[in-house]
Design a protein around this ligand. Structure first.
Ligand code: GDD
Ligand code: MN
Length: 386
């Protein structure tokens, strides 16, 4: 008889205590550590060793979420996982994003408490036990390991520039979002898993700021902070780049506006504004070479559209990026949708122009209507989540 199909049998075995090891195998851990990785091969074994040392007496597991690293990080993870069931690895294909990786790791867990920490040994794993103790007290929803509290520090792990950038970003978050957190940019925290379950559909999957996003999206969290020292990186290099900084700015605006203005829409608008400049520059160049106006205008329009499409594909929708053949068909959709946007914009502005005759009001309305149309339709069609 198939024992797995008979739950009472399993329960009876567990209760009789004649197979404690297999009974334990059926229970979820009490703490899941989620570790996002991108090219961290050299750090994996060392990190797992340190976790083993730091988490004695706790029923823990670690879930690495790897974005298909080129250096074979996932192989290093699996090599350990076959010998230690507390180690798991999720390999994501064709996806990028620290926040999204953390989110997937958290959602893969059934433990009541989940921690997020970096895979590069910059986060002090010896703080985990103290954080778990606070969580176990039951009075706290989230414990944040803070670089900016008491004896906490970031000086060892950040360059001068990064350090002042990080402090500026912290001040901005505190001002705009009125968050009481001392280190809202921390990538090292522990929380009740249920909280993420509730807000997951609303969280951004781009960028580094998952903590800030979770806290800003969940009302009335009971927050505790404990200090830690942000250490230096031993192997590999940081993945924080200018796009990450831009995404952060977008997240602040999105959260401060109550999610009315999304990060994507801001990026789309920025690209669109740059496109206007490209359009005018091309038009000017072609006219001065003696091209007739209609030809120059048509060429300028296509140049600007190709420019906007490529930039949106690379940045605004980089998580849904179209490649190869898809890149070309996408351009067709983009151009078609934007042409409709032009017609809609011109329609609205000529209506307004006849009623108010203020040219700039009509012009601005056309730009807003066109941009909104282009954004909404291209999000739904050209870069819809596949
Ligand atoms: N899966 C996945 N996908 N992992 C990623 C990605 C990604 O796109 N980008 C980065 N990671 C992983 C790295 O491999 C590392 O384990 C961790 O996320 C942190 O990335 P780092 O590149 O080392 O970030 P950092 O040290 O510059 O930034 C740290 O400090 C920031 C505050 O200054 C992190 O803790 C940030 O979370 C924190 O905001
Ligand atoms: Mn790091």
């Amino acid at each position: 008889m198939n024992q797995a199909a008979n739950p009472t049998h399993i329960e009876a075995t567990g209760m009789a205590g004649d197979s404690p090891a297999s009974a334990r195998g059926h229970r979820s851990a009490e703490l899941t550590i989620v570790v996002p990785t991108l090219n961290e091969r050299a750090n994996i074994a060392l990190l797992v060793d340190r976790l083993r040392g730091a988490l004695q007496g706790i029923d823990w597991e670690v879930v690495f979420v790897d974005d298909d690293s080129r250096d074979g990080t996932i192989a290093a993870i699996r090599e350990i996982a076959v010998r230690d069931h507390r180690v798991r690895g999720i390999r994501r294909i064709a996806r990028r994003g620290l926040a999204g990786a953390c989110l997937e790791g958290i959602l893969s867990s059934s433990a009541p408490v989940v921690a997020v920490m970096d895979g590069d040994l910059q986060h002090d794993e010896t703080r985990l036990a103290a954080m778990f103790d606070i969580m176990r007290g039951g009075e706290t929803d989230i414990v944040i390991a803070s670089r900016y509290q008491d004896e906490g520090s970031a000086s060892g792990g950040l360059s001068r520039l990064r350090s002042s950038g990080s402090r500026l970003a912290t001040r901005l978050a505190q001002l705009l979002l009125k968050t009481p957190i001392g280190d809202p940019m921390s990538g090292f925290f522990m929380l009740r898993r249920e909280i993420v379950d509730q807000v997951a559909p609303r969280l951004s999957r781009q960028g580094f700021k998952i903590l800030l996003d979770i806290v800003a999206s969940s009302p009335a969290m009971r927050i505790r902070e404990i200090p830690y020292v942000f250490g230096p990186r031993l192997h590999g290099q940081s993945k924080l780049d200018s796009t990450v900084v831009l995404e952060y700015a977008g997240l602040l605006v999105a959260k401060a506006s109550g999610d009315v203005i999304s990060t994507r829409f801001l990026a789309f608008g920025l690209v669109g504004s740059a496109g206007v400049v490209v359009h005018l520059a091309t038009l000017h160049a072609l006219l001065s070479r003696g091209l007739p106006f209609v030809a120059a205008q048509t060429a300028a329009m296509f140049t600007a559209m190709a420019f906007n499409y490529s930039l949106n594909n690379a940045f605004t929708y980089r998580d849904l990026r179209r490649r190869g053949w898809q890149f070309l068909t996408g351009f067709g959709m983009f151009a078609a949708l934007c042409s409709v946007g032009v017609v809609a914009g011109v329609g609205v502005s000529s209506l307004l122009y006849t009623s108010s005759s203020r040219w700039w009001v009509a012009g601005l309305a056309a730009a807003v209507v066109g941009a909104a149309w282009n954004y909404v339709t291209n999000s739904a069609i050209t870069w819809r989540a596949r």
